[in-house]
Design a protein around this ligand. Structure first.
Ligand code: FAD
Ligand code: DHB
Length: 394
C-alpha cells in the first residue's frame, strides 16, 4: 500500500518530533515513523538540560507552556575541584542567557501531545524500515506498520531522525560518507533518587576517583551521575557503593552535603564522539544523533538535534514557499559548523573533568590548572558560559 507525504520523518525522538512540529506550522505535511510505542518513547530517560535557544524555539512555537511551569531556570553552574566550588555565572557572562533543566522525555510528551492534538500523524510500532531511491526526486520509505502490513511512503524528502543506531545513516553508501569517531574509556552511571535538591545549580565535580555530576528533576527527584567503567553492570553498583563514591567525589571544604534518598533507577551510559559528513545524501537529510553523538558532559546532544531541525525546517519552508533550494543545499555545512563546535566543547568538558585510565599525576595537575584557569579568567569563564548556554542559532 502506498501513501504520500511531503516529508517522511524516520524516528520520533526530539529531532523527528520537533521537525514535524516546525513543518506543520509552515503548512508542510509530514509523517513520523517510529519503531517504539508512545509509552516507550515517553518513558526513556535521557537529557535534562535545554539551551536558551532550545527554550526559545519551544516557547515561540507554542509547546513550551508546561516546561515554563515545571522546568527550572538555572543562571549558572558550579565547577568543583580540589575540594573547592567555583560558580560560572552564565547570566552575567553572556548578557542574560540561561539554561532550563527539564527532562527530555517531558519535551517528548509535549511534542507528541501537540502533534496528536492537531490531528497530525505519528505511526508507532513500525518495523523493517528501509529508505529507497534517495538519489532520485521520488524517495520512498518502506516499512511494516503496527499491524504488520507492508507499506510504502512516497515523499519529496526523507529526514533521518532515527538516532545513532537507526537505518538512515547506513542508507548512505559508505563511499559517500566520512565518519569521525572517538570512544572514551569510561561511561556514566546515572541514578534517580527521591530527595529534595541538594544544590540550586548543577555541580560538575573533578576528583581523582573520577567525575561526578549533581543535577535535578523536580523538588522531589534528583538526577546524579558518576564516572564508571563503560562495561559496568548495574549489579556492580549496590546503593552503598554509589553513596560512598558520590560522597568521596563531591567532598568539599565548604560544608556542602549531599542529600541521600531512595535510589529508584540506575543505568550505565557509554560515551563517544561521532560525526558523519555530509549530513545529506540526495533527498535524505540526517538530523540529531543519526548524524552526530557527543559525550554527555556538555549537555549538547538534545540541543544539537534541535538546532539541526530548526535549520532544516527553515530550508524546507523556503523550498515549499518557492524560495529555491539554496538553504537546503547549505543544510549540511550550516549544521556541521555548529556540530563541530559542540563536539569540541563536549570533548573539552569531558577531557578536563574525567579521570583517564592512563592518568599520571602530571596529567591530573594539568587538569587542575585548566580548571583554575577557567574559573579565574573572565575570558575563559565567558567562553565556557557561551558554549554551555548555546551558540546563537543564526
Ligand atoms: P533519539 O532521541 O535517539 O531518537 C531517535 C528515535 O528514532 C528513537 O525514538 C528510536 O526509537 C527511533 N528509531 C530508531 N531506529 C528507527 C527506525 N529504523 N525506524 C523508525 N524509528 C527508529 N543531550 C543534551 O542536550 N543535554 C543533556 O543534558 C543530555 N544528557 C544526556 C544524558 C543521557 C543519560 C543520555 C543517554 C543522553 C543525553 N543527551 C543530552 C543526549 C540526547 O539525549 C540525545 O542527543 C537526543 O536524544 C538526540 O535526539 P534524536 O531525536 O536525534 O535521537
Ligand atoms: C544532565 C545531563 C547531562 O549530560 C549534563 O551535562 C547535565 C545534566 C541531566 O540529565 O540532568
Amino acid at each position: 500500500m502506498t501513501n504520500r507525504t511531503q516529508v517522511g520523518i524516520v524516528g520520533a525522538g526530539p529531532a523527528g518530533l520537533l521537525l514535524a512540529h516546525l513543518l506543520r506550522l509552515e503548512g508542510i505535511e509530514s509523517l513520523v515513523l517510529e519503531t517504539r510505542t508512545r509509552e516507550e518513547i515517553e518513558a526513556t530517560l535521557r537529557a535534562g538540560v535545554l539551551e536558551q535557544g532550545t527554550v526559545n524555539i519551544l516557547n515561540d512555537t507554542g509547546v513550551g507552556a508546561r516546561m515554563m511551569r515545571e522546568g527550572f531556570v538555572h543562571e549558572g553552574v558550579y565547577l568543583r575541584f580540589g575540594g573547592a566550588t567555583h560558580r560560572i555565572d552564565f547570566k552575567e557572562l553572556t548578557g542574560g542567557r540561561t539554561i532550563m533543566v527539564y527532562a527530555q522525555h517531558e519535551v517528548i510528551k509535549d511534542l507528541v501531545k501537540a502533534r496528536l492534538d492537531a490531528g497530525a500523524p505519528i505511526e508507532f510500532g513500525v518495523r523493517d524500515v528501509s529508505l529507497q531511491d534517495l538519489e532520485t526526486a521520488a524517495p520512498k520509505i518502506r516499512y511494516r506498520d503496527g499491524a504488520g502490513t507492508l507499506r510504502e511512503l512516497a515523499c519529496d524528502y526523507a529526514a533521518g531522525c532515527d538516532g545513532f543506531h537507526g537505518v538512515s545513516r547506513p542508507s548512505i553508501p559508505s563511499r559517500k560518507r566520512t565518519e569521525f569517531t572517538r570512544v572514551y574509556p569510561f561511561g556514566w552511571f546515572g541514578i534517580l533518587l527521591e530527595a529534595p535538591p541538594a544544590t540550586d545549580e548543577l555541580i560538575y565535580a573533578h576528583h581523582e576517583r573520577g567525575f561526578a555530576l549533581v543535577s535535578t528533576r523536580s523538588p522531589q527527584i534528583q538526577r546524579l551521575y558518576l564516572q564508571c567503567d563503560p562495561e559496568d553492570d548495574v549489579k556492580q553498583w549496590p546503593d552503598a557503593r554509589i553513596w560512598e563514591e558520590l560522597h568521596a567525589r563531591l567532598a568539599n571544604r565548604e560544608g556542602w552535603k549531599l542529600t541521600e534518598g531512595r535510589i529508584f533507577q540506575k543505568g550505565v551510559i557509554a560515551m563517544r564522539s561521532f560525526v558523519v559528513e555530509p549530513m545529506q545524501y540526495g533527498r535524505l537529510f540526517l538530523a540529531g544523533d543519526a548524524a552526530h553523538i557527543v559525550p554527555p558532559t556538555g549537555a549538547k546532544g538534545l540541543n544539537l538535534a534541535v538546532a539541526d531541525v530548526w535549520v532544516l525546517a527553515r530550508a524546507l519552508a523556503a523550498h515549499y514557499r518557492g524560495g529555491g533550494d539554496g538553504l537546503l543545499g547549505q543544510y549540511s555545512a550550516t549544521a556541521l559548523r555548529r556540530v563541530w563546535r559542540a563536539e569540541n566543547f563536549s570533548w573539552w568538558m569531558t577531557s578536563t573533568l574525567h579521570r583517564f585510565h592512563d592518568d599520571t599525576p602530571f596529567h591530573h595537575r594539568l587538569q587542575l590548572a585548566e580548571l583554575d584557569s577557567v574559573t579565574s579568567s573572565r575570558a575563559r569563564a565567558t567562553a565556557l558560559a557561551e558554549n554551555y548556554v548555546g551558540l546563537p542559532l543564526d
